[in-house]
Design a protein around this ligand. Sequence first.
Ligand code: ADP
Ligand code: MG
Length: 450
Amino acid sequence: MSDTTQSFENFKLNKQLLEAVKEAGYQTPTPIQEKAIPIVLAGHDLLGIAQTGTGKTAAYLLPALFKLKYAQGTHPRGLILAPTRELVMQIAEEAIKFGRYTDLRIVSLYGGIGPKTQIESIQNGVDLIIATPGRFMDLYKRGEIFPRDIKTMVLDEADKMLDMGFLPQIRAILEVIPVKKQNLLFSATFSEKVEMLSSEFLEFPERVEIAPQASTADTVSQVYYLVPNIKTKINLLAYLLKDERMQRLIVFTRSRKNAEAIFKFLERTESEEIRVIHANKGQNTRINAMDQFKQGKVRILVATDVASRGLDITDVSHVVNFDVPLIYEDYVHRIGRTGRAHSKGEAITFVNPAEVYHFDHIQKIIRMQVPMVDIPLEVPSTKTPFEEQQGYEREIDEQKKKENPDFKGGFHEKKPKPKTKPIPKTNFSKGKRKAKKNRNQLKQKGKWKK
Ligand code: ADP
Ligand code: MG
C-alpha cells in the first residue's frame, strides 16, 4: 500500500457515484478498491482476493454501476451472485446506496420467501440482479429472467459458494448467460477450488491479492483455552461474559444444534437479551437479530458460520469460537468480524480434546501459534460424561488414522503387512488404548486426566 492519499475522485467514475460514495462516508479507497476499480473500469476480468472486511463490495459495485450508467430496457445487464440471502441483501443495500443518484433498477433475489414480489420487480424492468444461485436458477427456469443482455457478472464470496456446494448451480448459470461478458470473482481465501473455478469463469484475468492467503487481521489478538467438555465450555463462556470488556460479541458454533443449545442456555442464565442466527431461523428473525445487534441493542449474538458469512458487522469487541470450525478458513472469517477499522479485537477459541487436531491445522494455515490461556480457577470444571469422552476418543482415533502413513499404506497394499511394525511414531497403530496417549493429550499437560 502506498502512502499517497488516493481518493475516489481519481477513479474515472461519474458525479452521481462519487456523490453517493461521499455520503456513504468513504474518504479513501481501501487497497482492494484502489487496485481493482481501475482494472474493472478498463474492462478486464478480475480475480480479487482480500480478507473479509476489506471493502470488496464497493470494489466491484462502483465500476459495475458506472458501466450500467442508467436504466435501460427491461432485461438485466449485470448479475452478482452471492452465497446467502443475508449477503445478497447486504450487497443490494450497498448497491442501492451507491446508485441513489442514478435511476438504475436493482433487484435482489433470494430464497426463504415467495417469489411473487421478486418476479414483479423483474417484470417491471431491471438493470442489476443480485441473487443467490438457487433463486436465480429457479426464476430462470420459470422463464422470468432473460439473461442474454448480461454483460457484467460477479461471483462474490466464491470460496463460500464452493464450500456450500454451489458449483453445479454456478455452472448451470454460466451455461445460460452469454459467454462474452466481463467476469469478476471475489473471494476472501484462495484455495485450489477457487483457482479451478476462476479458470473456468475468468478469461485472462488480472489478479489482485491484498492480504496473504488466510492471513488474520493483525488488529485481532487471539487466544485459546483447552476445555475438557461441553459443560465446561458453557461454564467458561458464562464466566467470560462477565468481563466488562466484552461489549459486543459473537459466539460462533459450527452447527445449528449447538447454536440453539447455547442460545437456550444463555437465555436462561443471562439477565440480558441474546440473539441467535442460523439457517433454520426465519428470514425476518434473522434480519431483526442482525439489526438489533448492529444497533447495539443486544450485546451477544450466537451464530453459525453459514448464517454469518461475510456479514458486515463492525465494532465487535470479541469473537468466541465455542467450537473449532471444521472448514478451517471459517476461522479466518469468524475472527474477521472483530478488529475491523483499526479497533482492537479479541478472538477466543474453545478447544476440546478432539479439536486440538483441527486447531493445529488452523494455526498452520494462519501461520502463527495462538497462545493458550489456562481456564481460570473460578470456572467450575465438570467431569466429562462417559459418552462424550468416548466420542472424543473415537474422533481422535480417526484423526490418528488419517495422519498415520502406515495405516494408509496398509490400506492400499496388496502384500500382507510385515509382522514387525516400524519403530518410531507408531503410538497410533496400537489401538484405542494407546491412542489415548496421543500427542494431543500430551499437549494438554495432564489437564484432563480423568
Ligand atoms: P468485504 O466484502 O471485503 O468483506 P465489505 O465490502 O463488506 O468488505 O466492507 C466492509 C465494511 O467496510 C463495510 O461496512 C463497508 O461499508 C466499509 N467500507 C468499505 N470500503 C470503505 C472505504 N473505502 N472507506 C470506509 N469504509 C469502507
Ligand atoms: Mg463481501
